[in-house]
Design a protein. Structure first.
Length: 401
């Protein structure tokens, strides 16, 4: 079977996910269309050769309803023969799109797929699509709790403290600001423009360079009232009776930011890409997805990464750089603790705490960040992983060509 290769990756800047954010006036279909168009234009991509456009999007309602992948491709001017499909694996959707594309290419059924993700959290509010994940009866039946409670439970079980998560959050901000100032995202980021061609946003606007440990320490825990006064903490004791009291330590400063953004990548066989004049950047070594306890739903990156490494015939020490989504600071901290990974290999250019987490697009954005970082540092292997709502995890291992 052929290998699947990654040839190029683009993303929009992340805009604050509020009405005051720079991208609020931009429809999500346009965010995605501009990413698709930029990917095509800078690679002189013949879109008649695109077997599919696979896009992750979590809140598929309103402006993000129908099949945004298909209509964004049409708005971008892709050939009418290039179809589109939109998928939802919650926070892992953008990486799932890449993994699905890689699987179809490696199967031999497809030769070239454009994969990516989109989420406009300012225009389409998280949870506005409804569904079982927001239903208290379903949550009670399956033992699920809100993610913030899970994050605090994960930290409590692993002895991660408020000081730990605040220090990690500060490092995320510092790394992201340094990366922006030294143009480490420039290869991937394409500006968002309006109908007249004027730039709406050219760089990520969520980072807070003024962040200090003292300011983080002044913030109140976001999920303490929800957990203790509304009885949600008690739901966890049936599964984790050893936890008498959850230590609520997460807040807005050490959790992922709500933002808007889109991303797109070319996934193809080496032969197809080279026949079209493209140069491969990395080979997909393996992919994995797992289910985990829905109470402790954010622990998925560990088993997913182990499974991906096993499929690739690799050990954790074989990986040069990791992108572990910073849904909450406890997630990468638990990852590093359990797998013995040093912080200087994880999220070297910051993560979602500083840059934001545009749900359906984040996985694809992390892959572009990883590719750029590997090339900047002349390193070889990388792993992207995300925790996922409902108790799942996803991971992808890549190797530079």
């Amino acid at each position: 079977m052929p290998d699947a290769y990654l040839f190029d990756a683009v993303r929009t800047p992340r805009g604050r996910g509020k009405e005051s954010g720079s991208l609020y006036t931009v429809r999500p279909v346009d965010l995605l269309a501009q990413s698709l168009a930029a990917l095509r234009d800078r690679n002189e991509l013949d879109t008649t050769q695109v077997d599919d456009v696979v896009v992750g999007c979590v809140t598929q309602t309103g402006d993000q309803g129908a099949c945004i992948a298909r209509f964004a491709a049409l708005e971008a001017g892709y050939d009418v023969d290039a179809p589109g499909v939109t998928l939802n694996r919650f926070c892992g959707s953008g990486l799932q799109a890449i993994n699905d594309a890689a699987a179809m290419v490696a199967s031999g059924f497809y030769d070239l797929v454009v994969a990516g993700g989109v989420e406009s959290m300012s225009r389409v509010k998280m949870g506005s699509d409804g569904g079982a994940i927001w239903d208290p009866r379903t949550q009670w039946n399956v033992g699920s709790v809100p993610q913030g409670i899970s994050a605090d439970l994960l930290a409590t079980l692993r002895g991660i403290t408020r000081d730990d998560v605040d220090r990690f959050a500060l490092a995320s901000q510092q790394r992201a600001v340094d990366a922006i100032e030294h143009h480490r995202f420039d290869r991937s980021v394409v500006p968002v423009v309006d109908d007249s061609g004027l730039t709406v946003l050219a760089r990520d606007e969520y980072p807070r360079p003024e962040t200090t440990l003292e300011k983080l320490g002044e913030l109140s825990a976001s999920f303490e009232t929800m957990g203790r006064q509304f009885g949600l903490d008690s739901l966890t004791r049936g599964r984790y009776p050893q936890v008498e009291r959850i230590d609520h330590i997460h807040h807005a400063g050490n959790s992922s930011g709500i933002v808007d953004g889109a991303a797109a990548q070319i996934v193809a066989t080496k032969e197809k890409g080279e026949a079209m004049g493209l140069t491969p950047r990395a080979r997909v070594r393996s992919v994995a997805v797992v289910g985990t306890d829905p109470i402790l739903m954010l622990a998925g990156p560990m088993p997913a990464s182990r499974r991906a490494l096993h499929k690739a015939g690799m050990e954790i020490g074989d990986i040069d750089l990791f992108e572990v989504n910073e849904a909450f600071a406890a997630v990468p901290l638990a990852f590093m603790q359990e797998l013995g990974v040093p912080h200087d290999k994880v999220n070297v250019n910051g993560g979602a705490i500083a840059l934001g987490h545009p749900l359906g697009a984040t996985g694809a954005m992390l892959m572009s960040t990883l590719l750029d970082a590997l090339e900047d540092r002349n390193l070889s292997t990388g792993l992207v992983t995300l925790c996922i709502g409902g108790g799942m995890g996803i991971a992808t291992v890549v190797e530079r060509v």
